[in-house]
Design a protein around this ligand. Sequence first.
Ligand SMILES: [Zn+2]
Ligand SMILES: [Zn+2]
Length: 289
Amino acid sequence: MCRVRHNEQQTTGNALAHHREIYAIRYATHTGRQPHQNYLTPDIHNEGTDLDYFVWLIRGGDGDILVDTGFNAIAASERARALMVNPADALKNFGVSPDSIRDVVITHLHYDHAGNLDRFPKARFHLHDREMRFATGRCMCHGLLRHPFSVEDVTLMVRHVYSDRVVFHDGDAEIAPGVTLHHIGGHSDGLQVVRVETERGPVVLASDAAHYYANMQRKNPFPIVYNIGDMMDGWNTLERLAGHPDRVIPGHDPLVRELYPRVAGIADAVALHKAPMRSFVEKDANKRS
Ligand SMILES: [Zn+2]
Ligand SMILES: [Zn+2]
């Protein structure tokens, strides 16, 4: 609890000027998953939860920032995922044209986070050094490790490097006031998460550093993992960056859409800068009492 108060105090100063809004936009889903697809070591508590796919729109400040770019209809059909809307088109519900996006954070280069790179003609892409190295290096000689990547997406990102449209990061980086990137690794070697100052304190978009809340809470990794130690350390880093478990947003959990308020008039979008309907911490405290 001390840490929570500490962080709330932190955000009442200068950071107030940099408070952002964050919207999670679900663009696809995958149903019928078995427990072993979601947990490295499934047990009787694990269910075959659906996997939702999101991009995240950060609003406020000098311009909108998009976190990840999702996949398109071709990738959806190749991988038998149910695409509801192309993420670039979903932005139009917010009155945002893909042409107006100047900054896109790519948390990592897996197909469900780094497709549609041709849909944002004026954007620069924020990528971690290690992710490009991983996605184009010797690890991609292994089918298991390259399976979540699309060679078309990775190639397009290389093309963007050659046209001065990629900003590489190595460690912590502030890309706009109140918006910082942090390397976690684990799931993919160069995975970075995004910390955003909001009215309820810093919110951390974990992307695939945690697919589900339960991966973190049960200390049970999602089975697509490059370095298990980095992934498990990453859960502690997420909580440290956020200052409170309720401010960590997993990358694929359908619970996110139940916990956060819907955005009026926009299907499949929730507001992450608002308080969740219930707290995981209170739930745990009640259990103990
Ligand atoms: Zn991934
Ligand atoms: Zn993913």
